[in-house]
Design a binder for this molecule. Structure first.
Ligand code: BTN
Length: 318
């Protein structure tokens, strides 16, 4: 009900009469008053004027599920959001929910993580109310070796969403680092529940440094705010990410990964460069020449031999 009331207040941009809201949602005026108080307690500034009704003056910078769902333009993605103020890692919770059979599109979102996980066993710093940290359950009908395209799909979606909302030039570093001005602003972690030939479900974890101050970032990292110059509305950005994921995922299932690979190639800063890759305990150096249809990096070493790198960590040499 909170999201319905919020939606009504958001829509009008002016006073909405209590009668209109309570009749519209079949609730009593007392119940409406209770909900208005609940929203105020959560940080919403709502004016109440006799004979005029209610007017939303300001919303808190929070990713409450009902806030995020107000204006969410998707069928499946993010329709069910499990919101936490703090959690060890949204990945673990989403894996658990996936195992319990929760459906595709469910999102576990937290304002902070105490044990945020990055790729290759790293940590993902997740300070409270500063970034966007969430994990999304997908149930594609694919085999485990086809999953890297989903990670690229997520990277492409984040890239498009950030660009749309902030106007910043966003690039992708292989495989899925979201880069602004050659610094990392976001990352994607994919975990699977699968057997040899069949994926049961995939959890895509996305972390974005949105409004972090410089001092709360690791070296080489950046927040969107730093270049956008003013704080970015996290709820608006989250909704756009959901919309883009839904569009790209639908497209992927219907037509294959061609469009995703094309977009990825157009926005990547890895191909054509000399890179060093730490892969299966050895370091390989060479030119990043391409990615294949499964998202693996094709690296030509100095003897001209092309190696296929499925995962790893790369450093751009020049
Ligand atoms: C990377 O190393 O680039 C991937 C970072 C992924 C971080 C996100 S934040 C939400 C989700 N929960 C986690 O613990 N990790 C992912």
């Amino acid at each position: 009900m909170l999201n319905k009331i919020l939606e009504a207040l958001h829509k009008k941009k002016d006073y909405v009469s209590g009668e209109e809201i309570s009749q519209g949602f079949l609730i009593s005026r007392q119940a409406l008053w209770k909900y208005i108080h609940e929203l105020r307690d959560l940080g919403y500034e709502i004016a109440a004027v006799p004979h005029l009704g209610y007017k939303l003056l300001a919303s808190p910078d929070r990713l409450y599920s009902f806030e995020v769902k107000t204006g969410l333009d998707t069928r499946v993605m993010g329709r069910d959001i499990r919101y936490y103020e703090t959690i060890p890692s949204t990945m673990d919770m989403a894996m658990q929910l996936g195992m319990q059979g929760e459906p595709e599109g469910l999102v576990v979102l937290s304002e902070a993580q105490t044990k945020g996980k990055g790729r290759l066993g790293r940590m993902w710093l997740s300070p409270k109310f500063k970034g966007i940290y969430f994990s999304l359950i997908l149930r594609p009908d694919i085999s485990p070796k086809e999953t890297p395209i989903l990670t690229l799909m997520a990277a492409v979606s984040v890239c498009q969403a950030v660009k749309n909302i902030t106007g910043l030039a966003v690039d992708i570093k292989w495989p899925n680092d979201i880069m602004v001005n050659n610094k990392k602003a976001g990352g994607i972690l994919t975990e699977l529940n699968a057997e040899t030939d069949k994926v049961f479900f995939v959890v895509i974890g996305i972390g974005i440094n949105v409004n972090n101050d410089k001092k709360s970032l690791c070296e080489g990292a950046v927040s969107l705010k730093e270049y956008h110059k003013e704080p970015v509305n996290r709820a608006v950005l989250f909704r756009e990410i959901m919309k883009r994921i839904e569009m790209n995922y639908d497209n992927l299932r219907e037509y294959g990964g061609g469009d995703i690979i094309d977009f990825w190639k157009d926005h990547n800063i890895t191909l054509g460069r000399r890179v060093k890759v730490l892969y299966q305990h050895k370091t390989i150096e060479g030119e990043a020449v391409d990615i294949d249809t499964e998202g693996a990096l094709l690296l030509r070493n100095d003897s001209g031999f092309v190696e296929r790198i499925v995962s790893g960590d790369i450093v751009h040499c020049r």
